[in-house]
Design a binder for this molecule. Sequence first.
Ligand code: SAH
Length: 219
Amino acid sequence: MAQDPDDSPETRLARLVLALRSQGVSDAKVLQALEATPRQMFTPDLFQERAFEDSALPIACGQTISQPFIVGLMTQALKIEPRARVLEIGTGSGYQTAILSRLARLVYTVERYRTLLAEAESRFKALGLTNVITRFGDGGLGWPEQAPFDRIMVTAAAPNEPTALLAQLKPNGILVAPVGRGPVQILRRYCGDGKGGFVVEDLGEVRFVPLLDGVAREL
Ligand code: SAH
């Protein structure tokens, strides 16, 4: 039987994006970026049926692809301007990276698993995302050679205030990161005050995998 046109990936994605909008993702550019990014391409075969659910899903190496609502919320919180250079820590599937790449001039992304990074790179290529620059390494240290950044997004939970990353932010830059050691963390936004200090806001509770020290020994 032919597939019901209402169940095409595009329709399912559009429905998901509408739901995110009703939950408070209101920035039109962020909604457009979500709608332009086929989440099924970032979702493992085993979970294809769930690619358009608003939930985090397992990926290789015991990691996760983030929940779409949280991706929308964090991207919106970053207030990306078109000329921005953005650093992302924790490439994972590359889903969040792809969304950032549609809003920023350049996205630098760091991952500590080689296999995840290689898979993400092939997705960026398939999607024609040419403004993403990847690095295998410990993202907790940032990317000093490319600093300072206009925006920084951390997609793994920092156990403490991410001071090394804050030091790589421009004076008026913005950093968004989950901060905390437990299974539930607080999503924090740090806005540079232009004088070396930060205005810090709590944006709610989130659940991320931890930001770990060093690179992974496994693939
Ligand atoms: N944004 C991703 C979320 C991936 S989960 C997505 O949407 O798919 C978080 C990722 O952070 C994992 O892939 C994990 O390996 C990575 N990570 C954890 N600690 C890290 C570190 N110190 N440096 C770089 N990446 C790290």
